[in-house]
Ligand binder design. Structure first.
Ligand code: GSH
Length: 211
């Protein structure tokens, strides 16, 4: 099977880290696709045109991060799985919270990449405060021992803040959030993290805000 990704995509990075964490590298070929490109190699499989997309051997294309993780998890023994189930509501909530944060950051970043006269100050203000609110919550959660297990919530957290470090540098997320920054920094040594660091750039050129 093939996992389509783009090196800068924080969603696809979660899936790429999962492939490594689950020991599936010999079963899942990693394919780089261009985005928003009518000639993209992804489009014949996935009309949505977004990554991650996991294309099975019969060409069934599974899109969206969570279904992709579900499929990858199905390939390993239950005790190794990354996605929490309904029997672990706190871990499920932790994963959902970080995914929600990523959605907001993606909207914020997209807005900042527009020409200045096309940007919506209202959207930017909303997403700045949403990101700050969630990051403050995550700081408390991490300080209380959350996100310690290397599950989907942990991978999503690493991907969100990795994106902020490299591609959305306007968000000064580390400021006053030492527990979160500590967890993120410690995670960098994991092979799944170190091998999937996104390229720098393409983020906004706006001055940093604490957010
Ligand atoms: N809800 C999707 C979001 C995926 C997504 O937005 N991927 C972006 C890259 S970060 C993409 O492929 N964008 C291309 C496009 O919008 O055409 C998920 O959970 O995977």
């Amino acid at each position: 099977m093939r996992l389509f990704h783009s090196p800068g995509s924080p969603y696809a990075r979660i899936a790429r880290m999962a492939v490594i964490e689950l020991g599936l590298e010999n079963r899942v070929a990693i394919m780089e696709a261009t985005l928003r490109d009518p000639a993209s190699i992804l489009l014949p499989y996935n009309p949505v045109g977004r990554v991650p997309a996991l294309v099975l051997d019969d060409d069934t294309a599974i899109t969206e991060t969570t279904p992709v993780l579900l499929m990858l998890d199905s390939l390993v023994a239950p005790e190794r799985r990354l996605l929490p189930g309904p029997d672990a509501p706190r871990a499920l909530a932790a994963y959902g919270r970080v995914l929600g944060m990523l959605d907001g950051i993606a909207v914020w970043n997209r807005e900042l990449r527009r020409p200045e006269h096309e940007r919506s100050p209202g959207v930017i203000a909303l997403e700045t405060s949403r990101a700050a609110r969630i990051a403050d919550d995550l700081e408390q959660a991490v300080a209380a021992g959350g996100y310690a297990a290397q599950d989907a919530g942990f991978l999503a957290l690493v991907s969100v803040f990795g994106y902020c470090e490299r591609r959305h540098t306007t968000f000064a997320w580390r400021r006053d959030r030492p527990a979160l920054a500590g967890l993120f920094d410690a995670a960098q040594a994991r092979p799944s993290v170190a091998r999937t660091v996104p390229p720098a750039g393409m983020g906004s050129a706006a001055p940093p805000v604490r957010g």
